[in-house]
Ligand binder design. Structure first.
Ligand SMILES: O=P(O)(O)OC[C@H]1O[C@H](OP(=O)(O)OP(=O)(O)O)[C@H](O)[C@@H]1O
Ligand SMILES: Nc1ncnc2[nH]cnc12
Length: 201
């Protein structure tokens, strides 16, 4: 331990309360992004198309939830490609050795990004899906609790990009960070996690 932080937490294509759709921009949870990068990202014309392609379904799966449905984006190959490309362009050549995708929607975007940046893919799965020895992290969602698991043999010692479709409460992303950090995140970085957690909840 004592090494520099080497796990980037990324991604969303809308947020859970529909505000990302209101301002017309996808919101990215990128704790390592500098202000200048954020301005460039918001100015990217592809973001409007991505935002427009995501259907917002009110009161699904229960009253009060504004559900950001990415299946409508997947029906438009050009926009789907834009979403993948934006992450590939940001992370290609940055030393990402592994992409960790969160089940299930992180499995839609993660492998494409992994292949394009030349990284391996690590599935972070829901409980009782992985056959080998696992480590687990339970977390709270907008509509219940859940758990993520990762094969012990997949624990990366390298720079990892976490990919999912959306951040709502941030509980899933924090669980993924905790899971990846179980054996390798130094104290210095844990403090950053705390800031990330605060900003997302
Ligand atoms: O920020 P949070 O409040 O944690 O919510 C975001 C998570 O919720 C959704 O997944 P969900 O658990 O619904 O599972 P699914 O991908 O299998 O539909 C979404 O794909 C994120 O993983
Ligand atoms: N508002 C939302 N839309 C889509 N998926 C979600 N997962 C958690 N909250 C969500």
């Amino acid at each position: 331990m004592g090494e520099e932080a080497n796990c980037d937490a990324v991604m969303e294509a809308g947020n859970g309360n529909g505000k990302a759709k209101e301002n017309g921009h996808a919101v990215a949870a990128m704790p390592d992004v500098k202000a200048d990068d954020a301005v460039v990202a918001l100015a990217d014309p592809r973001l409007q198309g991505i935002s427009d392609a995501i259907r917002v379904v009110p009161h699904f799966p229960k009253p009060g939830i504004m559900f950001n449905d990415i299946t409508t984006l997947l029906l438009r190959p050009g926009v789907f490609k834009d979403a993948v490309d934006m992450f590939v362009e940001r992370y290609r050549g940055t030393g990402i050795a592994a992409v960790a995708g969160i089940e299930a929607r992180g499995f839609i975007f993660g492998p494409a990004i992994a292949l394009a940046v030349g990284a391996k893919f690590i599935p972070l799965r829901k409980p009782k899906k992985l056959p080998g020895e696992v480590i687990s992290e339970t977390y709270v969602l907008e509509y219940g609790t859940d758990c993520l698991e990762m094969h012990v043999g997949a624990i990366p010692r390298e720079r990892v990009l976490i990919v999912d479709d959306l951040v709502a409460t941030g509980g899933t992303l924090c669980a993924a960070i905790n899971l990846l950090g179980t054996y390798r995140i130094p104290f210095k970085y844990s403090r950053n996690f705390h800031l990330l957690r605060s900003s997302l909840y």
